[in-house]
Design a protein around this ligand. Structure first.
Ligand code: NDP
Ligand code: X15
Length: 337
């Protein structure tokens, strides 16, 4: 069977990882990536052999930088079966008319509002809803991490309510512009943060509220979770449940910080030290007064990447069974090793 032709529009933190993850699959291929600036990321894309597409107005700058251009972004979209839009938040929505005109399927990221398209996506929780769909939004990194924990708990024990506080990393490691440098910033002051309502775009029946604080760190986000379940269970039951999930990693070995998780990723030899799984601190899982508590860390640069691959598979009808798609994606990327 011919491979599905995937274009990655926007080759930054998320886009470069999505391109590499798609390139590892045997049922899809990257037909091109887009850049607006001929910077080091464009140089690496060229070294990796990706065809680079740019806005018409950027062609001269790329020529001056000695970077070969395969065509315009519009031309890339014409050649694709599906576009993964990884442009900055709120820019992606402005590309919708382009995708509609070309009659091409598209995936947006969590920086776009839920209104960009009717379906928000998480591979474990609602893969079926995206089956054959034209437009899908993969929810944000924190929302993805929340769905991965809440969905199996709800399936097994029933979730009465979720209360979560999120300590957000302020910027990504390569980001030289974003702060704060010395503050904890309420993000936002008015509650809830977008994460709780975003979980409801996937699991509308979940009673959840969320608060978020931005902290001067780049490694990962950290969630402090308190969940009231409908059925009784022990902390060991929850650890076993999490252990059985394809995209949750139980963290032990003396690790008590996000910095050590990233070092763990480096030691594992993972590409760009990516931790694609939600990282649940094993010893934090506890039941107190009948309620579940735990900490989980989310590697913001990478956890949504396998979700994009599964979204492609569902939208392109390459696989009906979500667990089979997840297994295939995980195997190709080395997730769970
Ligand atoms: N970073 C993160 O932690 C996460 C981000 N997301 C979401 O993923 C999306 C992408 O974020 P992220 O990867 O961080 O963004 P980046 O800023 O790292 O990358 C954006 C990319 O889009 C390109 N770009 C910029 N403007 C345009 C444009 N007008 N048209 C086409 N391409 C453009 C940039 O190219 P150039 O540099 O050449 O201008 C760059 O390659 C957002 O919705 C974000 O909210 C989701 C989960 C986590
Ligand atoms: O999707 C993310 O966070 P979120 O789940 O808090 O929206 C990413 O870390 C992007 O966050 P940013 O908007 O601070 O770059």
């Amino acid at each position: 069977m011919a491979k599905v032709k995937v274009a990655v529009n926007g080759y930054g933190t998320i886009g470069k990882r999505v391109a590499d993850a798609v390139a590892l699959q045997d049922d899809m291929e990257v037909i091109g990536i887009s850049k607006t600036k001929p910077n080091f990321e464009a140089q690496v894309a060229a070294l990796k052999g990706y065809d680079i597409y740019v806005p018409e107005t950027s062609k001269e700058a790329f020529a001056k930088a000695g970077l070969k251009v395969a065509g315009t972004i519009e031309e890339m979209i014409e050649k694709a079966d599906i576009v993964v839009d990884c442009t900055p938040g709120k820019i992606g929505v402005t590309n919708k008319a382009l995708y509609e005109k070309a009659g091409v399927k598209a995936i947006w990221q969590g920086g776009e509002s839920k209104d960009v398209c009717p379906i928000s996506f998480n591979a474990e929780a609602n893969y079926d809803q995206a089956y054959g769909a034209d437009f899908v939004r993969v929810v944000s990194c924190n929302t993805t991490g929340l769905c991965r924990a809440i969905f199996p708990l709800d399936q097994k024990y029933g979730v009465e309510k979720v209360r979560v506080t999120i300590v957000r990393r302020a910027g990504d490691p390569g980001d030289i512009k974003t702060g704060p440098i010395d503050a904890l910033v309420l993000d936002p002051v008015k509650l809830p943060s977008h994460h709780g309502p975003d979980v409801k775009t996937i699991m509308p029946h979940i009673n959840i509220t969320s608060a978020a604080i931005k902290a001067p760190t780049t490694f990962m986000h950290l969630h402090v979770l308190n969940i009231k379940l409908k059925k009784d269970c022990t902390a060991d039951d929850v650890k076993k449940l999490f252990q059985s999930r394809p995209r949750i990693k139980l963290i032990d070995g003396g690790i008590s910080s996000t910095a050590e998780i990233i070092e763990f990723g480096r030691d594992l030899g993972r590409s760009r030290n990516d931790m694609w799984e939600s990282c649940v601190f094993k010893d934090s899982v506890s039941i107190d007064d009948g309620e579940l508590y735990f900490f989980q860390a989310i590697h913001q640069e990478s956890d949504v990447v396998p979700e994009n691959v599964d979204a492609i598979r569902s939208m392109m009808k390459l696989e009906m069974d979500n667990l089979k798609s997840i297994e295939k994606t995980n195997k190709a990327m080395g997730i769970g090793l």
